[in-house]
Design a protein around this ligand. Structure first.
Ligand code: G6P
Ligand code: MG
Length: 222
């Protein structure tokens, strides 16, 4: 039963690398430049959403309507702010436990993929020096529909040649958990169990946990 799992698919922001805070602070700066504030509570709602989908949520807090024709320019501005905020990223900046966890999975012949809505995923993986650890990468440049649509996880399963029920997704966002469940994978939440309560199991991080322990626990309840 346990060797039914052939692949692990990882969200990038907030699972592999701590970039979530930089996405949010970049939206805060953009809003400030436009003369309004966004509430801190928006952070959780924006996690996992694509760039334009996030912009639309941010602009709901603006007193005046923003014509759709201006959206691409504003999304590009947010991305410029974001890129300058993450310019320091380099090898070793993965979240605690990530490298050991990926190596543990690979050593058992388990396939690894990235399933991220970010158009910056590939350059970030390059900066972190971990591109080659993955057998497939699906990101915001390969997809047109933002999480919670399952497109990015469908893409990862297809690229790896596995069916969704042979894969486990690791996600820190509610939208990502919904996407994984729609795709038909098992899903491990990384973060607060009260927030990520739809996941099949929730961990605070990938530190000090073995791949086998997760598969064993998930299969026990499957
Ligand atoms: C991830 C992040 C989101 C971000 C999205 C698009 O899903 O969780 O916060 O909005 O990627 O990222 P991008 O780097 O393309 O703007
Ligand atoms: Mg994420």
């Amino acid at each position: 039963m346990e060797n039914k799992i052939k692949a692990l698919i990882f969200d990038l922001d907030g699972v592999i690398v701590d970039t979530t805070q930089f996405h949010f602070t970049s939206w805060v700066v953009l809003a400030k430049e436009l003369g309004f504030d966004i509430p801190m509570s928006l952070d959780e709602d924006l996690k996992g959403l694509g760039r334009i989908e996030s912009l639309q949520k941010v602009l709901k807090h603006r007193a005046i309507d923003t014509p759709e024709a201006e959206w691409p320019k504003l999304a590009e501005r947010k991305n410029d702010i974001y890129l300058s905020n993450i310019s320091h990223l380099s090898v070793g900046d993965t979240l605690p436990g990530v490298i050991d966890f990926l190596a543990d999975a690979s050593s058992q012949g388990i396939l690894l993929a990235i399933g991220s809505g970010s158009k910056n995923a590939r350059p970030i993986l390059e900066k972190l020096g971990i591109t080659d650890m993955f057998n497939a990468i699906c990101d915001g440049t390969d997809t047109t529909r933002s999480k919670p649509d399952p497109e990015v996880f469908d893409c990862a399963c297809r690229e790896l040649g596995v069916s969704p029920d042979e894969a486990i997704v690791f996600e820190d966002a509610i939208s990502g958990i919904d996407a994984a469940l729609s795709c038909g994978t098992l899903v491990v939440g990384i973060g607060d169990p009260d927030v990520l309560n739809k996941a099949d199991m929730v961990l605070s991080s990938l530190e000090n946990i073995k791949v086998g322990e997760i598969i064993h626990e998930l299969m026990e309840f499957a």
